[in-house]
Design a protein around this ligand. Structure first.
Ligand SMILES: *Cc1c(COP(=O)(O)O)cnc(C)c1O
Length: 385
């Protein structure tokens, strides 16, 4: 890349190995769900150190939907969701007719605030969907205690949380009913599109496998391996079309082998940023509190009110100087759908409403060169010193 080429906010880290895996798959003739997806499920289970069911899907949104569906959540049920997240975490609650109960977040980690969540409990509250924001997990023991105390099902939105540990346990191998990962193009394991639903519950797994492919009682793996005639199947429910194609699974399998190396690279960038921005009028993101305790999917600064420019101007000036930034997230309660449907007010979410004014995400992707990292630092410092 030339010295003045634009540094995008995110870019997948793709090598010849991923490209070869795709061309091999295309040449094999097996384009839809098949041997690569099956192998990816097994290899992913090993990577998150679980013997639970790993069910590949074509997005995390699909996996989250399958989880709430399999749990039987329905109209009248309430589900706690942090406001600081992508709409997926809450929209899937609406897919099954249940009600997302939007909860404020911790001012430092931007993860769900359990005290705020406790205030929203009613006798209709059935589940909680914590988000491990930016890749810093909600502490495992706090999550488990809250869920056990209030008898809630737990569906972890782990879209940012691979590979990472909480309480020395890999996200994906804990006690939750379901954990859902995203392999969207910008995530820490990029397959283009894709996701993984992890559950140790046989009933949830069986239901999700059926609903993943049209409610057909035998999925495509079985159809090609079982001794029954391959044309035979039964539709037991109006299911969905959520299966992961083998082309994406092939990319995912290579990315899986590289996941720890890619995390190390992001972690090194985060360390460099934390050091380089220590004297700026910004709130820095929290680092990990244990080994492998942060996936560093995102690096989010909060500009202090006394910073020389505001957040929107900062993002514009960064773009002018060739650095792409973004914002994660516009809180749910500020989007018209959630605001108007549930009558949510900014003052009901004092932490998120305030933090949203100041938050900006900097580029932190594993294929960034040292020169690109230093250019981001130079640009950020030139605007904030
Ligand atoms: C990206 C993201 C999702 C959705 O992932 P898809 O695989 O695109 O469906 C869900 N939750 C959060 C927090 C995300 O960042």
């Amino acid at each position: 890349m030339g010295q003045h080429s634009f540094i995008p906010f995110a870019l997948p880290d793709i090598t010849e190995a991923e490209i070869n895996a795709v061309t091999d798959t295309v040449r094999s003739g097996w384009l839809t769900t098949g041997p690569n997806a099956a192998a990816f499920e097994d290899e992913f289970a090993a990577a998150v150190e679980t013997d639970a069911h790993c069910i590949s899907v074509n997005s995390a949104t699909a996996g989250l939907h399958l989880a709430v569906e399999a749990l039987g959540l329905t109209s009248g049920d309430e589900v706690l969701v942090p406001t600081w997240t992508f709409t997926s975490s809450a929209e899937i609650v609406r897919y099954v007719g249940a009600t997302p109960i939007v909860v404020d977040v911790d001012p430092q980690t931007l993860n769900i605030d359990f005290a705020a969540a406790a205030e929203k409990l009613t006798d209709r509250t059935k589940a909680i969907i914590p988000v491990h924001f930016a890749g810093l997990p909600v502490p495992r023991h706090e999550l488990d205690t809250f869920a056990r105390t209030h008898q809630l099902a737990v569906i972890e939105d782990a879209a940012h949380a691979f590979p990472v540990r909480s309480d020395r346990t890999m996200i994906g191998s804990g006690a939750s009913d379901a954990v859902v990962f995203s392999f969207y193009a910008t995530k820490t394991l990029a397959a283009g599109e894709g996701g993984m639903l992890v559950t140790a519950n046989d009933d949830i797994a069986n239901r999700a496998r059926v609903m993943r492919l049209h409610g057909i009682s035998r999925d495509v793996f079985d159809r090609y391996t079982s001794r029954k005639p391959s044309w035979q199947y039964d539709v037991v429910a109006p299911g969905f079309k959520y299966n992961l194609p083998d082309t994406s699974a092939a990319i995912g399998r290579v990315q899986l082998e590289r996941a720890v190396e890619m995390r190390q690279k992001r972690s090194a960038i985060a360390d460099r940023y934390l050091q380089a921005f220590a004297d700026l009028p910004v709130q820095l993101p929290s680092g990990p509190t244990e080994p492998e305790g942060h996936s560093w999917h995102l690096f989010v600064l909060r500009l202090h009110p006394e910073a020389p420019i505001d957040r929107d101007t900062f993002i514009q000036r960064c773009a002018d100087k060739g650095v792409g930034c973004s914002v994660h997230f516009i809180p749910l309660h500020l989007h018209s759908y959630y605001r108007d449907t549930y009558n949510l007010k900014p003052e009901d979410y004092p932490v998120a409403s305030k933090q949203f004014q100041h938050a900006v995400s900097l580029p932190i992707w594993s294929a960034m060169t040292a020169e690109q990292v230093e250019r981001v630092i130079t640009v950020v410092r030139s605007l904030l010193v």
